[in-house]
Write a protein of this length. Sequence first.
Length: 153
Amino acid sequence: MALRKILTDKDESLHKVCKPVDKFDEKLAVLLDDMHETLDKAQGLGLAAPQIGLCRRIFIMHLEEGSFECINPEVTQKEGKQRVQEGCLSCPNVWGYVTRPMKCHLKAQDRNGNWFERDFEGLGAQCACHENDHLDGHVFTEIVEEFFVPEEE
């Protein structure tokens, strides 16, 4: 496994629509393992492939209910609204309030190409929608309603 460099929102890679994954092989497995290691080191909740310079429809999430690898994901349903605080590993030291769905239904493939479906609520829905936005070339600052500076602890 290897750490990957997380690109900032100034990088063009983060503003392109990503291509679907069509090969589920050892190279993909290594990429996913690298993404997990990179996300752990960065202490984030989610990481999308374009954040490490790869324009492919892949993201991972490390949530309280478990780790998720989402390849060729589609958010097929959204329900409710929540106004939440959000940041992004590609936008260091930038925080803002955004409105995200309270619930979402996600359809995606795992590292072996098997399709699965999963419902997410609250923080899980927020994270899934945030990461999925990256795959369509969007960063959260495009939908921020109000920026803020976190209070020092």
